[in-house]
Design a protein around this ligand. Structure first.
Ligand code: NAD
Length: 482
């Protein structure tokens, strides 16, 4: 029998407003009938979270930490089961899904540790002439209700990057997962309840973003909105949220620079890593490598190696342990990528490999000679496509990398310390990875973008800073004559 889901509000399973048939994007088979929330459910969930905050704000750090640790343990214990759910709803190859669950365990563990390590500071009051005879310190308080709107591509770990810090800091939450990936989020209901989280602290309401986001961003009880997704929706959320604090983790078209001076073996290793960085999960990763700039002296050799590695990727069912590439998330993604590819080719781009589709599967595609002004150069492809281009001078490579409206992660391989330091200083990005691909992320790193890649930082501790207020307490020490 097909699984039927409900909404999770106030520690209860609640009926939704409508039911949606959720299909595996790769096989097209029905995997669940999912209850979607209406606006009234979003309102109810926020108000339940606001009520729960009245008591949860007093739950001590060691208890919040213990709950998060138990959730991390539960993810580890149910690793395969959760990864299969994720693989099915997102068409994410199981080896990538398992790797995501392993990272999710880490994220909840970092949150458990960070919950016990919230520090404030003393303020040197006598540094100002009028501050003498005062002692002052700050205290960090949770904000209240955090609403989270999340994307389809990392339904376990990107959700953990919001739920973990929010609970570690003592907030309560309403989570709205992406339309295509509600099941992995709904698993959190039981995991957190069994871990001892009080009812109402975490509420999970699958539904349409366009329908629910107004309530989730404008209800008077919402203190903070954390969004990960496309820049288009990010801008909308920011407008709606008005003066509320927001974190926006948005898209990119990440660059990779490859300098001269590598041996053939080294170049091959870099090409293998770049292939993974460009094509893992069919490039549906916010820091997927999209633009690669290679020194002219090794360009042809690098193109050849990348083509060889790309052709070796296995296309197949997400649940098959050997699969590297499965179907894209939906028809709209396929249509968009076809159009952008056709436009690039009509404008002079050369297809070195790939460029073909099999239903919603796009074959890993390596392009050269792509003009600067086509969509695949300027926008976020979010598909299995990488563009390779040449440079002669390191400064030129940096300028090409910076020629983008995005700035999330940037990577550079060079053996020259001077050039590495120049890249670190001049690449316009939230993160610069030297002798590493830009797709590299571990979960305690501060992570986030500049330009249209977003506002704010995640990476548990950094996210927590945004999810707390600072209160200053000053005590006058000579008020009564001493
Ligand atoms: P998306 O923007 O379509 O959807 C993300 C969320 O927004 C979903 O929950 C969706 O329901 C909701 N939404 C959709 N339309 C909405 C609207 N009109 N109003 C309010 N909410 C709406 O993104 P996606 O396709 O799920 O994910 C891909 C995007 O996410 C890419 O751009 C990718 O780069 C980005 N992303 C960024 C990061 C990061 O950390 N920077 C990580 C992962 C993904």
């Amino acid at each position: 029998m097909v699984k039927q889901t409900k909404l999770w509000i106030g520690g209860q399973w609640v009926d939704g407003e409508e039911t949606i048939a959720l299909k595996n994007p790769h096989t097209g088979t029905l995997i669940a009938e999912v209850a979607y929330a209406g606006e009234a459910h979003a309102k109810q969930a926020i108000e339940v979270a606001a009520e729960a905050f009245r008591s949860f704000r007093k739950v001590p750090a060691y208890e919040r930490s213990a709950i998060l640790r138990r959730v991390a343990d539960a993810f580890a214990a149910k690793r395969t089961e959760i990864a299969c759910t994720l693989a099915e709803e997102a068409a994410k190859p199981i080896k990538a899904a398992l790797a995501e669950i392993d990272r999710t365990v880490q994220t909840y563990l970092f949150a458990a540790e960070a919950a016990r390590d919230i520090h404030s500071e003393t303020v040197p009051m006598d540094a100002a002439p009028r501050g003498e005879h005062h002692v002052a310190y700050t205290v960090k308080h949770p904000l209240g209700v955090v609403t989270a709107i999340t994307p389809f591509n990392f339904p376990a770990n990107l959700v953990a990057h919001k739920v973990g810090p929010a609970i570690a800091a003592g907030n309560t939450m309403v989570l709205k997962p992406a339309e295509q990936t509600p099941l992995t989020s709904l698993l959190l209901a039981d995991l957190f309840q069994e871990a001892g989280l009080p009812d109402g602290v975490l509420n999970i309401i699958p539904g349409y973003g366009a329908k629910l986001s107004k309530m989730l961003t404008t209800h008077e009880d919402v203190a903070f909105v954390t969004f990960t997704g496309s820049p288009r929706v990010g801008k909308l959320i920011r407008q709606q949220a008005e003066l509320r604090r927001v974190t926006l983790e948005l898209g990119s078209n990440s660059p990779l620079l490859i300098d001269e001076g590598f041996t053939p073996d080294e170049l091959d290793r870099i090409a293998a890593e770049a292939t993974a960085g460009a094509f893992n999960y069919s490039g549906q990763v916010c820091i997927s490598i999209q633009r690669t700039y290679v020194h002219r002296s090794c360009f042809d050799s690098f193109v050849e190696r990348m083509v060889t590695h790309a052709r070796a990727l296995k296309i197949g069912d997400p649940l098959d342990a050997n699969t590297d590439i499965s179907a894209l998330i939906n028809d709209a993604a396929t249509t968009r990528l076809k159009q952008w590819l056709d436009h690039a080719v009509a404008s002079g781009a050369k297809v070195e490999t790939g460029g073909t589709f099999d239903g919603n599967i796009m074959h890993p595609t390596v392009l050269t000679n792509v003009p600067d002004n086509v969509e695949l150069s300027c926008e976020e492809a979010f598909g299995p496509i990488v563009l390779l281009d040449t440079f002669d001078e390191w400064g030129e490579a940096i300028a090409k990398a910076n020629h983008s409206k995005f700035g999330l992660n940037a990577g550079a391989f060079t053996k020259d310390l001077q050039r590495a330091m120049q890249a670190a200083e001049e690449l316009e990005a939230g993160g610069v990875l030297l002798n590493q691909i830009p797709t590299f992320r571990i979960d305690q790193m501060p992570y986030g973008g500049i330009k249209e890649s977003g506002v704010g930082r995640e990476g548990v501790r950094y996210a927590m800073e945004d999810m707390m207020d600072i209160k200053m307490v000053a005590i006058r020490t000579n008020a009564y004559g001493h």
